[in-house]
Design a protein around this ligand. Structure first.
Ligand code: GLP
Length: 264
């Protein structure tokens, strides 16, 4: 796992966009795994800027989103469908048929839907680059604590902590969904490459457990330690609980020195 320390949340977004843009240019038919939440917003903004400047083409790319709230239709302003279209897809040139997001409007056949999502990822050739955020309890996607590290796309009940954290995206007094459809930790670990972003003090404890703690189903993101190609991009605030902060800085300097094309 490479830990990249950045001075600000804005730089985290820029660095993530640089990595995603580089991957899309190297492989225009790339399969991207995408995340919602406030953390990747800066990355999406940068990618839109690059696209508008004629420097990035998504016409051959495919995407699979991590998760969606169960009970929210795609046109619901709080759905992740809506989030992705308003913050990213409507500003770039993905072919609509290449965009995949779990369907939160389904009322039955949940297992069949989850299996078909897994099959669609497989048929697309697997995810080349997965972007992730992290919850305060260490969740990735909506894989709440005690998710199996081998889990696949399925329904997951949200913890009260996650429901409260995400309340800010909903109008006052609105019912917050208690369940979601999410890629599993096993699904995420199958991606060839993973970039995970974290900003702000509220994420510092989860970041430290994910990077330095034991691999445990009580912190889903710790499973990323098992993956051979993970870049964890964090700002100063999110890094403050890392015991080995200075060590990661030194490794980063060395990495820049020896692989300048990967990390400028
Ligand atoms: C949600 C999403 C996650 C995201 C997390 C953190 O629970 N399912 O994919 O990483 O929130 O969100 P934020 O970036 O807004 O802190």
């Amino acid at each position: 796992m490479l830990v990249v320390l950045k001075g600000s949340a804005q730089e985290v977004g820029q660095e993530a966009a640089r990595i995603v843009a580089g991957a899309v240019r190297a492989n225009p038919s790339i399969v991207l795994g995408l995340a919602t939440g406030s953390t990747p917003l800066g990355m999406y903004e940068e990618l839109v800027v690059l696209h508008r400047a004629g420097k990035l083409d998504f016409s051959k790319a495919t995407s699979f989103n991590l998760d969606e709230y169960l009970g929210l239709a795609p046109n619901d302003p709080q759905s992740f469908h809506y989030f992705m279209h308003s913050n990213f897809f409507s500003h770039v040139n993905f072919a609509p048929k290449n965009i995949h997001i779990p369907d939160g409007a389904i009322r039955k056949d949940f297992s069949a839907h989850c299996e078909s999502y897994e099959l669609a990822i497989k048929n697309a050739g697997g995810i080349d680059l997965q972007v992730l955020g992290i919850g305060r309890n260490g969740h990735i996607g909506f894989n709440e604590p005690n998710s199996s590290l081998a889990s696949r796309t399925r329904l997951k009940e949200l913890t009260q902590e996650t429901i409260e954290d995400n309340r800010r995206f909903f109008p006052p007094g609105a019912d917050i969904p208690e369940c979601a459809i999410t890629m599993g930790i096993g699904t995420i670990l199958d991606a060839r490459r993973i970039v995970i972003l974290a900003t702000g003090k509220s994420k510092a404890a989860a970041v430290a457990k994910a990077i330095e703690g034991p691999i445990s189903s009580s912190v889903s993101a710790s499973a990323l330690q098992l993956h051979p190609d993970v870049i964890f991009i964090i700002d100063d605030d999110a890094s403050y609980a890392l015991a080995q902060r200075d060590y990661y800085r030194r490794v980063l300097e060395l990495t820049k020195k020896y692989t300048p094309e990967k990390l400028s």
